[in-house]
Design a protein around this ligand. Structure first.
Ligand code: APR
Ligand code: PHB
Length: 384
């Protein structure tokens, strides 16, 4: 079997790459170890930057997103007994974000690929990448797929990054001493906009998926287990953290899903080796506080598509050679922003009273200075 681009992983990165390549007349095969049902149901992030929405719409996979996605023109920062709105329409006119679940993006992309006769293999076993320097190929479940280029879109725990010889990659990482407990609940959101809350009990986030489904996150200890968090405890803790301003009541409902996400930052440089190109979580992870993970994956894929289009058009390798450098600028900006949002809003066990006062002082600055609020807003909606 032969294709132009062998793609490992059917997450947002791998699926979007396959779709964008198809629009340029470039063939690909996507190899995914999980089932279609599993990847379509996996509940993940849900904030799409303007640039991500534009990419999906221009690629013809934005119809449901435009219909069902929820446009947001601001977020609330809540701390010290008061809420403060970061107003995108005033601070970054014309730019906004759209709340639309990652698994909805995945469903739309799978549907588009299959409708166009795209080749996505689900539940493939033992995918391995070989001969990365030249004539690369993939093996899986006893089969062999020869390709011109391999795209490693298999997430943080995938096989493509470890296939790069030792000593090639520089790795930068940070583990946070806490995790997020994510909750999906069948209840109307208690607020129209996202609420990022800092309390002495820890961070909480009120987000949403639709007019009838809410999404919440609680800062929990790094070793927390879902079993430690029965529904009553979750609602009590969400109330204790979110009902920290006068007049706000959190509406409770049926919890449909809960899971613990570790908080981690990671970058592997360069994002390429020989004929292998890494995109999305395979190359970098951000803590979810800045809502950047999915958006970075889409940005990588945009750059990689242009580079591959040039390569397959006339054999030019300039853009491919510069792929990693072109992506890493945005990646590091997002790393800094995600670190900054995380530091601003979480409680750290080892933090002394001095550090706590600095954190509160910075929150006061961000919510009172237009320049500081603009910094937050322009990073949150995404740099062009
Ligand atoms: N073989 C085949 N597929 C694999 C393998 C493997 N060895 N290992 C992992 N995969 C698949 C996973 O099952 C998953 O479906 O690769 C896919 C990677 O998808 P994501 O983890 O969603 O990563 P990515 O597409 O880069 O999207 C980044 O996802 O993790 C979130 O918050 C993150 O929003 C960001 C986005
Ligand atoms: C979500 O809705 O899942 C979400 C929103 C904002 C974040 C992270 C996750 O920062």
């Amino acid at each position: 079997m032969r294709t132009q681009v062998g793609i490992i992983g059917a997450g947002p990165a791998g699926l979007l790459l396959s779709h964008l390549l198809h629009l340029r007349g470039i063939t690909s095969v996507v190899l995914e170890k999980r089932s279609r049902d599993y990847v379509e149901r996996r509940v993940r992030a849900g904030v799409l930057e303007q640039g991500t929405v534009d990419t999906l719409v221009e690629a013809g996979v934005g119809e449901r997103l435009l219909r069902e996605g929820l446009p947001h023109h601001g977020i609330e920062l809540r701390y010290g007994g008061a809420g403060h709105r970061i107003a995108f329409e005033k601070l970054v006119p014309g730019r906004s974000i759209t709340v639309y679940g990652q698994q909805e993006v995945v469903k739309d992309l799978i549907a588009a690929r299959l409708a166009a006769g795209g080749d996505i293999r689900f539940e493939v076993e033992d995918v391995e990448a070989h001969s990365l320097e030249s004539d690369p190929y993939l093996t899986f479940g006893g089969e062999r797929l020869d390709c011109d280029v391999i795209a490693g879109c298999d997430g943080f725990h995938g096989v493509s990054r470890p296939a790069i010889p030792e000593g090639v990659l520089s790795v930068y990482e940070r583990d946070y001493p806490f995790a997020w407990l994510g909750i999906l609940a069948r209840v109307a959101p208690s607020s129209e906009e996202l609420i990022y809350t800092r309390t002495e009990r820890g961070f909480a986030l009120h987000s949403m998926r639709s007019p009838t489904v809410s999404r919440f996150y609680l800062q929990v200890p790094a070793d927390a287990r879902v079993e430690d968090w029965p529904d009553e405890r979750i609602w009590a803790e969400l109330k204790a953290r979110l009902e920290s301003v006068p007049g706000f009541t959190l509406t409770t409902g049926e919890i449909m899903e809960k899971g613990v996400t570790p908080m981690r930052a990671f970058v592997a440089e360069p994002m390429q080796y020989g004929r292998l190109y890494l995109a999305g979580d395979a190359a970098h992870i951000v803590p979810p506080t800045g809502a950047k993970g999915l958006n970075l994956a889409v940005a990588d894929v945009r750059v990689l598509t242009e580079a591959l289009a040039a390569y397959f058009a006339d054999g030019s390798t300039g853009l491919l050679d510069g792929y990693s450098d072109a992506c890493l600028k945005r990646v590091w900006r997002a790393q800094h922003f995600s670190w900054w949002m995380t530091t601003l809003l979480h409680t750290f066990e080892d933090e002394d009273p001095y550090a706590r006062r600095l954190q509160l002082s910075y929150l006061d600055y961000v919510t009172s200075s237009e320049a500081a609020a603009t910094t937050l807003a322009e990073n949150y909606v995404g740099l062009p």
